[in-house]
Design a protein around this ligand. Sequence first.
Ligand SMILES: [Zn+2]
Length: 60
Amino acid sequence: MENARPKQADDNHRGLECRACGCKHFRVIYTRAYRGGQVSRRRECRHCGRRMTTRERAIG
Ligand SMILES: [Zn+2]
């Protein structure tokens, strides 16, 4: 049941897809936390190697 799970920061990225090959498997290269609860992650596609940065913010 989706709503019963505790909210975790990484839930924001379950739907993330590589724009180049469309796969959903990423390796996190590094994680950087900022003041205020914002987190930036550098990710690399495991299939084609394309890199992207995602940002997430803790709420509450
Ligand atoms: Zn890819």
